[in-house]
Design a protein around this ligand. Structure first.
Ligand code: SAH
Length: 363
């Protein structure tokens, strides 16, 4: 098997510096400036590696648009607010959000659109799709203006943030690493886990007597802490949709996908998508520790149904031909059916408003 260019770089680093933790490995695989997975391609759609709810159906973004319109009004229709999307992909979700909120007086005038996106290729796609709304691209939350309320959305963003893996076995905690075997191939190894990591893993590892792999994402935890500080200071709400579990606990979820198939995490560094399931209990815990109110998590199916996706599908069907009807029906199924995305995907919202009375729809 030919080695990817990124594999060569990772191999050199391991030879020079020793085994690499999974977090560093994942961060390089996705975000290496030259060879990182997202930095070099548009991975979505049938010809790509995977697809996402906004790419499957315009109704997904329309429901999120409705949700945003509702919370904006419940926030008192502020005359200026930050509308931030984290990891906007092709810009499809935000395109559908903007289209479906066009007719609500005042919302577009009040929204300052910010996109947090690390990939130059995807930034270009977002510019083509969303250029008319004058978005501002940012690298991190510190670039956002202060003293303005926020509405934040992220679909399949949190799952792309690098995780480290700790193996708990009785009283022993070891960290999983990537190293090189006798034949010169990448393989998994273990090293002693540092105290910082063990402490974090204790919080999310569930029952101490259960053996297995505990995943910890310092990057996700820090991102959420920073976001929640902003929300607390400037008020507003964040909505995240992703696949993951409602409760913390052991479980190895780091996975690699290429051309719609699972592959080994170590086989194609930089050429396959790496993700890890989101621990929604952890997200809620960090929000509460930061003084925010947590709504959900609920399943994507329930959230979209509460917002009226089935009624929307019926409306669209009325003006559609037979081919379009079949397409509407099958894409609706894909996003809400429990065997498809409906129950593996969860939705959570985290809010702060001075009166603590904001009740977003869908929960
Ligand atoms: N939300 C889109 C795309 C999901 S894929 C959709 O649902 O279709 C993940 C997205 O997050 C991509 O746009 C990727 O480039 C971006 N991304 C991943 N890690 C990031 C990081 N650390 N900072 C900014 N963007 C990131």
């Amino acid at each position: 098997m030919a080695e990817t260019p990124l594999a060569k770089i990772i191999r050199q680093r391991i030879e020079q510096l020793g085994p690499m933790d999974m977090g560093e490995y994942m961060a390089l695989c996705l975000g290496h400036p030259r060879y990182g997975y997202y930095m070099t391609r548009d991975p979505f759609g049938a010809s790509g590696d995977f697809t996402t709810a906004p790419e499957i159906s315009q109704m997904f973004g329309e429901m999120i648009g409705l949700w945003i319109a509702d919370v904006w009004m419940k926030m008192g229709s502020p005359s200026e607010f930050i509308l931030l999307e984290c990891g906007p992909g092709r810009g499809t979700l935000m395109g559908d959000i903007m289209r479906s909120t066009r007719t609500l007086p005042g919302l577009h005038e009040a929204a300052r659109l910010y996109l947090m996106e690390m990939s130059p290729v995807l930034q270009k796609a977002q510019k083509a799709r969303l250029g008319t709304y004058d978005p501002i691209w940012i690298d991190g939350l510190e670039a956002l203006p202060s003293a303005v309320p926020l509405i934040v959305v992220g679909n399949e963003f949190l799952d792309a943030l690098p995780v480290r893996q700790v193996i708990r076995n009785g009283a022993s905690w070891r960290e999983r690493v990537v190293t090189i075997d006798q034949d010169g191939m990448f393989c998994f190894g273990e090293k002693e886990a540092d105290l910082f990591l063990i402490e974090a893993a204790r919080k999310t590892g569930g029952r101490e007597d259960v053996e297995g792999v505990v995943e910890v994402s310092f990057i996700l935890n820090q991102f959420l802490k920073n976001l929640f500080l902003l929300l607390k200071k400037q008020s507003g709400i964040a909505l995240f949709m992703d696949y993951g579990h409602e409760c913390s606990g052991v479980g190895e979820t780091l996975q690699a996908v290429q051309s719609h198939r699972f592959t080994s995490v170590l086989d194609f560094p930089g050429d396959s998508d790496l993700t890890a399931h989101v621990d929604f209990e952890n997200v809620g815990r960090i929000a509460r520790e930061g003084g925010l109110v947590c709504h959900g998590p609920v399943t994507q199916s329930r959230f979209l149904r509460e917002l009226g996706i089935e009624v929307r599908a019926e409306r669209l069907m009325k003006g559609a031909n037979d081919v379009q009807k079949r397409d509407i029906e099958s894409s609706l199924k894909r996003v809400i059916d429990t065997e498809q995305m409906g129950s593996l995907f969860k939705v959570i919202a985290l809010s702060y408003d001075p009166k603590m009375t904001l009740e977003p729809a869908g929960f």
